[in-house]
Design a protein around this ligand. Structure first.
Ligand SMILES: [Zn+2]
Length: 412
């Protein structure tokens, strides 16, 4: 697949919008969405696209992915047990000889695939815990290649630990100096709980010094006593990072104490933290120590969302040592969330649209992913007329628009 953009459009007419009655016209000018008005009887002039009563949505945003390992399963060997630990072991063995050109080729293929699925923003973690930093070099080049097509934001991710790996902090700082956008961490993987807490403090301090965002792999465990997200919230406030931090996974919350969780909610709100669950991976990798009943492994999505804590859903992995499946279609992620988190109420299902679009964009500091006037005219047009139908069928968009131009996806 490859994408080409055409000349600028005047707008889209005859469109349905999520959870709004009637049909609408969306006008563009200079790449911006300038107005949204009820459909009128006058026929539009040249340069308008007829949505034919189909649903218009913002483009999809994946706020948690690993572009350095995507499609690597043919090279790493298969994860026979299907467990997190075997995945980590396979990746560790493989990455020592990894070349930037291998990563770039796999990641480029993936980005071309997901453009056709309506994805226009990806936050990717990059493993920075090995000497060559091959992923850093490859993905900075990829970010440049896709500039203006897909917003790619890179997170320096110390996969082997910030303190647990003796080179952890030095390599992470080197990656940031090279041009990585966001600082990551993995506190639940450090040697002790105390080291995990100290890593959160140091990481937030570095973020504040450099004026960058934070996105931790946080509490990705079944241990309900893993509370690093609480430390992240406190440090976010302490270092003046409010609204600029995210906690990915937080699967431990599914087993956390209810009284503690009740105290956590307002703290998360105060810190403006985005929670980024990855239900496809959480459902498959968590609960592995359980007999029956088995825990589902997903953080408390409906409870967080109904309290106003921003939740953004991620794909996490596609065809890598941790997950042999996956397409990058965020509608698959939302569909799985309906099941895994029992979000079958109509309002709950509709809440999944911001979780795969605008909430992730806000966490990344991007505009143009919420169909707002005077923001970039990025949008998708579907044949289906409601978001519930999108969840049911998980179709591709029929038309993809980026900064007011139609993107043509063609097969190579
Ligand atoms: Zn991840």
């Amino acid at each position: 697949m490859a994408a080409e953009s055409n000349s600028s459009l005047a707008g889209v007419f005859n469109a349905r919008l999520p959870q709004r009655e009637g049909r609408f016209r969306l006008s563009f000018s200079d790449g911006l969405l300038t107005s949204i008005s009820p459909e009128s009887s006058s026929s539009p002039s040249e340069g308008w696209i007829d949505a034919k009563g189909g649903l218009v949505t913002p483009p999809f945003v994946d706020p948690h992915f690993h572009l350095d390992s995507v499609h690597s399963i043919d090279e790493t060997g298969e994860n026979v047990s299907g467990t997190l630990l075997e995945g980590i072991a396979l990746w560790k063995k493989y990455k020592t000889n990894l070349r930037p050109d291998q990563i770039l080729e796999r990641a480029r293929t993936y980005c071309q695939e997901v453009q056709a699925l309506g994805l226009q923003a990806i936050r990717s973690h990059v493993d920075v815990s090995y000497e060559s930093l091959a992923g850093v070099e490859a993905l900075i080049q990829l970010r440049d290649e896709f500039a203006g097509k897909i917003d790619i934001q890179l997170v320096a991710f110390p996969q082997d630990g910030f303190y647990r790996n003796p080179q952890g902090e030095a390599l992470l700082l080197k990656a940031l100096d090279t041009g990585i956008d966001v600082i990551g961490g993995i506190p639940h993987f450090e040697r002790t709980y105390d080291e995990g807490s100290r890593s959160v403090d140091r990481i937030c301090q570095i973020a504040a010094d450099r004026g960058i965002r934070v996105d931790l792999h946080c509490d990705e465990t079944d241990d309900g006593a893993s509370h690093h997200v609480e430390t992240l919230a406190a440090k976010t406030i302490q270092y003046g990072l409010t609204g600029r931090t995210a906690a990915s996974h937080t699967t431990s919350l599914h087993s956390a104490d209810d009284a503690w969780f009740a105290k956590l909610l307002p703290l998360l709100g105060e810190a403006g933290i985005t929670i980024i669950p990855n239900p496809l991976i959480n459902l498959t990798l968590q609960g592995r120590f359980d007999h029956y009943p088995k825990r589902r492994g997903i953080t408390r999505i409906p409870e967080l969302d109904s309290t106003g804590i921003p939740v953004a859903l991620g794909q996490d992995c596609v065809r890598d040592p941790w997950y042999p499946l996956g397409t990058g279609n965020l509608l698959d992620v939302a569909h799985m969330t309906v099941h895994g988190s029992q979000m079958t109420g109509i309002d709950q299902m509709n809440r999944l649209l911001p979780m795969i679009s605008s909430n992730g964009a806000t966490a990344m500091g991007l505009k143009g992913y919420s169909l707002k006037e005077n923001e970039p005219a990025h949008l998708l047009i579907f044949q289906e007329s409601s978001f519930i139908e999108l969840l049911r069928k998980r179709p591709r968009p029929t038309t993809i628009i980026r900064t007011g131009e139609e993107i043509e996806i063609r097969s190579q």
